[in-house]
Design a protein around this ligand. Structure first.
Ligand code: XLS
Ligand code: NI
Ligand code: NI
Length: 434
């Protein structure tokens, strides 16, 4: 036992009226929603990087958190950090967690030493996971923090960095598979550029396409059954990132022949940075057949930064899950809290409360989304709005050509009559459920 969470009991579901700040009021894992347990719908994961590796620094100030696993540059504290992490998993009871290699092991003096550290911690995780129900939602490689990645990983102008990236991702995929991970994520924070004056964009995109093909080849070679996921983000840390948003990623996957091999991990804050709503990104990925998993968080709408706060907006979260449910729900994906405390939230209780709140918000959103689906009001409105397309004439038009259509319109047989889009009515409808 570490001292850190001392005295915090496992969080229980106490129902909507409970005044207990460390209880679930909506997240009730066994409750059946649309025929499925809530836990199996939401598939919550905790992000090791924000909860355990981040020390509270921001661009203007350093560490604010003081944890028993600081400093994080040695194996002994990496183990203490793992002990604390798994204690928190026991307290929250969420089914999954996620990591980057750099979150869990100290950097060594060489590639081989970093790998040795990493493998030791993976073995330590394996032992802990064998006596618990917590599983790995996904693993990933941090190819953006160390100075070697400053000009990118697979898109680096230096082929030696491409090589280092390939070797790194291989080890992270191996570890993900060893722990039974259900997905493998690639987020390219520095796959992009600061200025086009020094960047050969076409070449970099080709290298990134080749790299992702190698990832997919390796997945098949080792028999990894999980899903490969790319996480879009338009900028930050790079001025411009190649994986800008869901639609851009899909175009990239298509160009490099990967659209049936790779899906997307969509993050709320990244959608906002790209000038979209979260449900826009989810609906886009669903329409293109590449919706994989989500990173749940929230951006501050005033600051314009990727603030990675815990979600707190039920109507927004409800619409996100509405589109996820409409797409059939998660298969290998889940809801990863890619969210961090504010740097003034120093205590262990803050970390627990943040997750309890996030899980409750998502549970409320899910219940609202399911209720809207079961009621069918939005679906009926859509059916009615597109009803004209059910006619044989309308379907035949799609298989005809401009001249045929022109003849009909020009003869006066077609004269469009505008109809209300009923937006306010539909917004009021949603308000009944949230
Ligand atoms: C950063 C990303 C990152 C990925 C994993 O903005 O969200 O945390 O999820 O590398
Ligand atoms: Ni992010
Ligand atoms: Ni993320």
């Amino acid at each position: 036992m570490t001292e850190f969470f001392n005295g915090i009991a496992p969080i229980a579901y106490e129902g909507p009226d409970s005044p207990n700040p460390l209880a679930f009021r909506h997240y009730n894992p066994d409750e059946i929603v649309m025929g499925k347990r809530m836990e199996d719908h939401l598939r919550f994961a905790i992000a090791y990087w924000h909860s355990f590796a981040w020390e509270g620094n921001d661009p203007f100030g350093g560490q604010t958190f003081v944890r028993p696993w600081h400093p994080q540059d040695r194996m002994a504290t990496a183990r203490t950090k793992a002990d604390a992490a798994f204690e928190m998993f026991d307290i929250l009871g969420q089914p999954y967690f996620c990591w980057h290699d750099a979150d869990i092991r100290p950097e060594g003096d060489s590639f081989a030493e970093s790998l040795k550290n990493f493998e030791e911690i993976i073995a330590y995780f394996e032992e802990k996971m064998s006596i618990r129900k917590v599983k790995l939602l996904w693993g990933t490689a941090n190819m953006f923090s160390h100075r070697r990645w400053m000009s990118g990983a697979s898109t680096n102008p230096d082929p030696d960095v491409f090589a280092y990236s390939a070797a790194t991702v291989k080890t992270c995929m191996d570890a993900t598979m060893k722990l039974g991970g259900e997905n493998y994520v690639l987020w390219g924070g520095r796959e992009g550029y600061e200025t086009l004056l020094n960047t050969d964009m076409g070449r970099e995109l080709d290298h990134m396409g080749r790299f992702l093909n190698m990832v997919v080849d390796y997945k098949h070679k080792i028999g990894f059954k999980g899903t490969i996921l790319v996480e879009p983000k338009p900028q930050e840390p790079s001025k411009h990132q190649y994986d800008h948003d869901a639609a851009t990623c899909y175009g990239f996957l298509q160009k490099y022949g990967l659209e049936s091999e790779v899906k997307l991990n969509l993050e709320q804050g990244h959608a906002i940075l790209a000038g979209h709503s979260f449900e826009h990104e989810i609906a886009t990925a669903a329409a293109l057949g590449v919706l994989g998993s989500i990173d749940m968080n929230r951006n501050d709408y005033q600051s314009g930064w990727d603030t990675d706060q815990f979600p707190n907006n039920v109507p927004e979260v409800a619409l996100a899950y509405y589109h996820i449910l409409k797409d059939g729900g998660f298969t290998t994906g889940g809801t990863n809290f890619d969210a961090k405390l504010r740097r003034q939230s120093l205590d262990a209780e803050d970390l627990i409360a943040a997750h309890v709140g996030g899980m409750d918000i998502c549970a409320r959103g899910l219940k609202a989304a399911a209720a809207m689906i079961e009621d069918g009001g939005l679906e009926d409105a859509l059916k009615e709005r597109y009803a004209g397309w059910d006619s044989p004439e309308a379907q035949a038009m799609l298989n005809s050509d401009f001249d045929t259509i022109f003849e009909k319109v020009n003869s006066g047989a077609i004269n469009p009559a505008p109809k209300s889009g009923r937006q306010e009515m539909l917004e009021n409808y949603v308000n009944r459920f949230v």
